[in-house]
Design a protein around this ligand. Sequence first.
Ligand code: ADP
Length: 745
Amino acid sequence: METKTVILFVTAALNLILSLIVYSRGGRNPITRSYAAAVLSVAAWAFGHGMYALADSQSSLFWFYFTYVAGAFIAYYFFNFARIFPNPNDTPSMLLPARLLSIGFPLLVFAGLLAPHILIKSFTRSGSGTQVVFVMPSYFFYSVGFSLLMGWGFFHLLIRYRESTGRQKMQIRYVVAGTGIAAAFGSYFNLWLPWMGDTSLMWLGPHFSLFMIGFISYAIVKHRLMDIRLILSRTIVYSLLLASTLVLYTMLILLAQQFFQDRTGYTTSLVIGSLLIALGFEPLKRLFQKTTEKVFFRGEMDPQRLLGELSETFSIVRDLNNLLKSTAQQLSNAFRTDHTILVALMDHGELSAAASGNRATPLPSFSIDLPLIKYYDSAAPGHYLKMPAKREILLQEELSENQHSSVLMDEGTRANLLSVMEQLQASVAVPIFTKDQFIGLILLGHKRSGDSFFPADLKLLEIVSQQAGVAIENACLYQTLQQQMEELKRSQTQQLIQSAKLASIGELATSVAHEINNPLTSILGFTTLLLDDMGDHDPHKKDLRIIESEALRSRDIVRNLLDFARKRGIKKEMADINQLIQKTLNLLRHQAEISNIVLKETYAADLPTIIVDADQLKQVFINLMKNAFDAMPKGGTLTVTTLAHGFDGIATQPVFGEKEHGIPRKIIEIRFQDTGEGIAKENIPKIFDSFFTTKEEVGTGLGLAVSYGIIERHGGRIEVFSDLGAGAEFVIKLPVKEEATLPRS
Ligand code: ADP
């Protein structure tokens, strides 16, 4: 078999493959059907040429006719395709001449088949040369009919081209370019040259269909021509194109060989042919590979790399926001989109969203009411069985062209979803589901290359969405855990801060107290000396007294501070509380007198002695009484009462000591009731806090805090009852321990 015959069959096979691909992927769409039929006719035409080359003189007329009929079908189907492309529902009605032509042409062709002499006057075949003499008017009609149909088709396409935009425009451009080159050369070699009497180059015609194969495959892969969501693997595209290129190259060699053979003889032409193969093939293949890579797979992402990177992110990044951000960024980089948004829907209906860094406008706020979110969310378990389609990836392009064949949705929903996607500048919306629960959304912007999202991209996005689902769920769990930890930490921290504050205050107090105590001792010592030396009428005596009393007051403050800071245990000794109070009061009687304060004392008769730290309790009593004095600057009454509860077999309600709840306990109660200014309601919860004071210049805010600590260390409790303007009552309750020991503080 001659090389040129072989390549005719290869061309036929390639066209057949394209036709099958288009037909099998295009479904019942009339556009894809007529296009597949046109390409099938090209395949038949090339096949006819091949068979014609092989045929003996008997069958060659048959094959000649075969190509002639196949050629007519090409024009017929191409015309039908071009008339309805790209939208069969929006096709202008055919003009009468076009209608006549589209019906008349095939009729004429069949008439030619039935009566061959209409078309061919004489047919002689000798060796490889064929001499066909056509009947002129018929052949003229055939050629003109063919050209008119094709021309009319192109005319339709060009009108559509002017009207359309975006992807559609690109699609038409490739159809016109590919089919145009094939049709122009095909007609030249197979119609017009024979018309002028040269039929020797008719075998060349079919090869130009390879241009069509190239352009159309490109448009299918890159622009989803005829809405064919073709998962064309690299290998299929590669092989189809490589075969086409090789066929064209071989054709060139054959032509060159023929050219040289005519001029220099057979041997030289053979040498030149071999040289061309040897020298030209490798560089051509490399050039081809490079161009294919550049044109078809330029910047195409590596799915494995993307999935690898993402799973690393998913395993490392725990924080939801960071997770969304990194994922969005990675998807943007991989798909080369202008931006990507990731939205996560959390348990309590809260939404969290993040966008990749290259987003131009700020991220809009997402709410559960956003139609897109609502749409997918309603696909949640209950509804899911009814509407499984709602889990589908949505493409803006499809929504706008109303082509979403697999998803049933009403017009309102479609328009709603489309407008949301347009607002968000999203080309693709990929829902994220975990365990039938809609938990997030991936919104990819437009590809910077202007390409559509390829079917393979959508497949990859489905996988990404599954992985992202698990990651988002984990991140949400992590976030909840984190929040709980935060709360725990916060409460712990507060306690820690409190004790740290106390500890540092304690340290500070101790060192300051020691530092101040020394000069204070000197001040007091020297003041006493000076006072002793001074005559009663010395004018400075009054000032010195003030120095003395202020220094004493300072010493009290220092002592209080030390008490506050000291974490010493309690000294245990048996004490009679009544006596202890009386001793303390004795210290203050004089001051009460000059302050116009009446002291009323009521002591419980048979108060048991208890084990206490007497010095510390004295300190408490002094603090409370001093506070009472301070609260009655114009005088008043301080009533001190001691009581015993739970003695004489009278069962009392447990007053304190949760450990012993329910068991009647014996307690001693000491009350200090004054008729002073009382305490404001809002201050009552604060008065036991250290450093809380309302005595601006003179208060330290430590007295009650220290007292509280001391009573607590005794296992007792201190309470306050007061109203502003109605005096205050401080009640101390101390437990009477049956055992003779006090717990260590
Ligand atoms: P300081 O006496 O140095 O202010 P305290 O801790 O002893 O510190 O008292 C804290 C605050 O409690 C006082 O500033 C005062 O406002 C209030 N307070 C204490 N005892 C009385 C009382 N008997 N009557 C009215 N207010 C009192």
